[in-house]
Design a protein around this ligand. Structure first.
Ligand code: SF4
Length: 154
């Protein structure tokens, strides 16, 4: 589709519905059709309909760092779980990306996410948490590698 993955690289992952939707692994995505039911069964959603395609040169820790920074910056600060929690998510992913991650950080990210989702005034709380949950569900091994070796797997 759209000429395939550039320069002969392999499809690694797709965020099928805008940056808030959980990531889907590339090999799973290739077996799906772009409709609500299929994408939902894969644990994600069509959301805003903006499709983000990532090839095998993309570091998923770096990708999540950028996503988390965006939601941290976008938080208006009105409610505490979003105002504080999005900052904590970003800072933890940032330290993993920069070689200062701790093994317990991955469960800490999930724990913080669980204390944001469903506890905020608008949907930005969930939008900040779903990318974190999706990345750890699908690419946890890459985050573990980053913490252990202090560098990217790719
Ligand atoms: S959840 Fe919405 S209202 Fe609450 S701080 Fe975040 S952006 Fe503001």
């Amino acid at each position: 589709m759209a000429g395939g993955v550039r320069n002969g690289h392999k499809l690694k992952a797709v965020i099928p519905g805008g940056s808030s939707m959980p990531v889907v692994r590339g090999e799973v995505m290739m077996d799906l059709t772009m409709d609500y039911d299929s994408i939902q069964k894969a644990g994600s959603g069509l959301g805003s309909g903006a499709v983000i395609v990532m090839d095998d040169t993309v570091c998923m820790v770096r990708a999540l760092e950028r996503l988390s920074y965006f939601y941290h910056e976008e938080s208006c600060g009105q409610c505490t779980p979003c105002r504080e929690g999005t900052g904590w998510l970003y800072r933890i992913v940032h330290r993993i990306e920069h070689g200062q991650g701790r093994p317990e950080d991955l469960d800490l990210l999930l724990s913080i996410g669980g204390n944001i989702a469903g506890r905020t005034i608008c949907a930005l709380g969930e939008a900040a948490v779903w990318p974190v949950q999706g990345m750890l569900r699908n690419f946890r091994d890459e985050f573990e590698y980053h913490i252990e070796h202090k560098r990217c797997l790719v």
